[in-house]
Design a binder for this molecule. Structure first.
Ligand code: F3S
Length: 389
C-alpha cells in the first residue's frame, strides 16, 4: 500500500491511537481488495445504529472507538431502532430505548450528525459528482454512485466509521472509473409509477446479483430511483446503475456487446408474487427508503378527504427533517397512522409487535421475513390503503 507522508504519520500514531487503529482497518480492507493507495473522502454515511442489529457487542465496540476518535469529514447516521421521541407509542421497551439512546449518543460524541435517516442525500449530505465518499446503507450509496456520480463502495458499518475517522478510504472497486462501467443492459417496458420501479429493482437485482445495470426505457425521478435502488441492493447486491440519457455517467461508458435483458410488467408481477407470502396483514408500513418531502405531500393530498375505516396500524417512516418541515401534511397522515422518524420497519424490533406486515417497498419485503420474522404482502401505496379506507 502506497501511503502519503500524512497517512504514514497517522499510521505511526502521531495523531492518536484512535486514528491509528482506524487507518489500520482501512488499509487492511484495502489490501483484501487489492487497493494500491488511499483516497481522501468528502463525507461518510454510517450504518450499524440499531441496537437490534448491533447488540451489546456493538455498544462495547462503539464505546471503545468513541473514547479515542472523532470523525474528520461530515458524517451522517442511518436509522436507529426507534423513533427517538415517540418510541413508547411504538411499543419499544425501556431497556431497548436506553441502549438505543446510548448508541446514538456515542456516535454524537464522535462528531457524527445523528440524523438517523437512510436518505441523507435529501437532507444536506449530498456529495458532488466525482467526490470520493465512504457510505454504508446499500440504497443510499447506490443513489450517490448513480444519480449523483459520487464514488463509494458498498461499505460496512465499521469500515465507513474508520474511513470517517481518518478522512480516507481505500482506492479500489467503484472508486476506480474502470469498475463503474455497466455490465448488462436492461430494457424496461413498465408502467411509469413508483411501485413499478420498486418491482423493477426486485426483478433486476435477483437476476444480476452485483452487476451494474444500464437501463433503457425509464427516466426515474429521485423517488422512483431510491425505491428501485433499494430493491436492487436487497434482492441482489447492486451498488450502482446507469439510466440512458439520465444519470451523470451513463454516456461515459460503452455498452457494446453487453447482454440485454428485457423486462415487462409480466416480470414485475412475478417479482411481486415472489415477495408476497400472506394477504391479511397486521401492519402496513411505508417509507423504505425514508419518505421524501414530495412523497409525504403526495400521500397527504391523496388522503386528505378520506377516512380510515379499520384499525390496521400504518407506519409512515421518514426523516426527522421531513417530519418537522411538513406539519400540515403530517397531521393528515396521522389520521391514518403514525409518522415515525429516526427508524424504519426493518431496524426496529417489529417482530415483538407484529407478525404480518405489508409494504410497497421490495427492499422491506426482502428483509422483513429474514431480519424480522414477518410474513409479508407487497403492493402499491394506493392498493394497500384500500385495505383501510
Ligand atoms: Fe431505509 Fe430501513 Fe429501508 S434503513 S432503506 S427504511 S430497511
Amino acid at each position: 500500500m502506497n501511503l502519503s507522508a500524512a497517512e504514514q504519520r497517522i499510521l505511526d500514531g502521531e495523531e492518536g491511537e484512535g486514528a491509528r487503529k482506524a487507518l489500520e482497518l482501512v488499509i487492511a480492507l484495502g489490501k483484501i481488495y487489492g487497493a494500491e493507495d488511499l483516497v481522501p473522502i468528502t463525507s461518510a454515511h454510517l450504518s450499524g445504529v440499531s441496537y437490534k442489529t448491533i447488540g451489546d457487542g456493538g455498544i462495547t465496540y462503539l464505546e471503545h472507538v468513541s473514547k479515542e476518535s472523532r470523525v474528520r469529514v461530515p458524517s451522517t447516521l442511518n436509522p436507529s431502532g426507534m423513533d427517538s421521541v415517540r418510541w413508547r407509542e411504538m411499543g419499544v421497551s425501556e431497556e431497548f430505548a436506553a441502549k438505543q439512546l446510548h448508541i446514538i449518543g456515542l456516535y454524537g460524541s464522535m462528531g457524527v450528525e445523528t440524523s438517523c435517516s437512510c436518505t441523507p442525500y435529501l437532507a444536506g449530505n449530498i456529495p458532488n459528482k466525482g467526490d470520493h465518499v465512504a457510505w454504508a446503507e446499500s440504497s443510499a450509496l447506490s443513489m450517490v454512485n448513480s444519480m449523483v456520480g459520487a464514488r463509494t463502495n458498498r461499505e460496512g458499518g465499521p469500515g465507513a466509521l474508520a474511513a470517517a475517522i481518518v478522512g480516507r478510504t481505500a482506492n479500489y472497486g467503484l472508486h476506480l472509473t474502470v469498475n463503474r462501467a455497466p455490465t448488462v443492459v436492461i430494457e424496461a417496458e413498465i408502467d411509469d409509477d413508483l411501485f413499478s420501479h420498486s418491482l423493477l429493482g426486485q426483478a433486476v437485482g435477483s437476476r444480476i446479483g452485483n452487476g451494474i445495470p444500464y437501463f433503457r426505457g425509464i427516466q426515474p425521478d429521485w423517488e422512483e430511483a431510491k425505491i428501485m435502488a433499494a430493491a436492487m441492493a436487497a434482492s441482489g447486491a447492486v451498488a450502482m446503475f446507469h439510466v440512458e440519457d439520465h444519470t451523470p455517467e451513463a454516456s461515459e461508458h460503452s455498452i457494446e456487446g453487453l447482454e440485454v435483458i428485457r423486462l415487462t410488467n409480466d416480470d414485475l408481477r412475478d417479482a411481486q408474487e415472489s415477495l408476497s407470502t400472506v394477504d391479511d396483514v397486521e401492519l402496513i408500513a411505508f417509507g423504505c427508503p425514508h419518505l421524501s418531502r414530495r412523497e409525504v405531500k403526495e400521500m397527504a393530498t391523496y388522503l386528505k378527504d378520506k377516512e380510515k375505516r379499520t384499525d390496521v396500524p400504518i407506519w409512515f417512516c421518514t426523516s426527522r427533517e421531513v417530519r418537522d418541515s411538513l406539519p400540515a401534511e403530517v397531521a393528515i397522515l396521522e389520521r391514518f397512522g403514525t409518522v415515525l422518524a429516526d427508524t424504519c420497519m426493518v431496524v426496529t424490533p417489529v417482530e415483538g409487535m407484529y407478525s404480518r406486515t405489508a409494504s410497497d417497498s421490495a427492499k422491506a419485503c426482502n428483509y422483513l421475513p429474514t431480519l424480522c420474522s414477518q410474513k409479508v404482502h407487497c403492493d402499491s401505496f394506493q392498493r394497500l390503503m384500500e385495505v383501510v379506507l
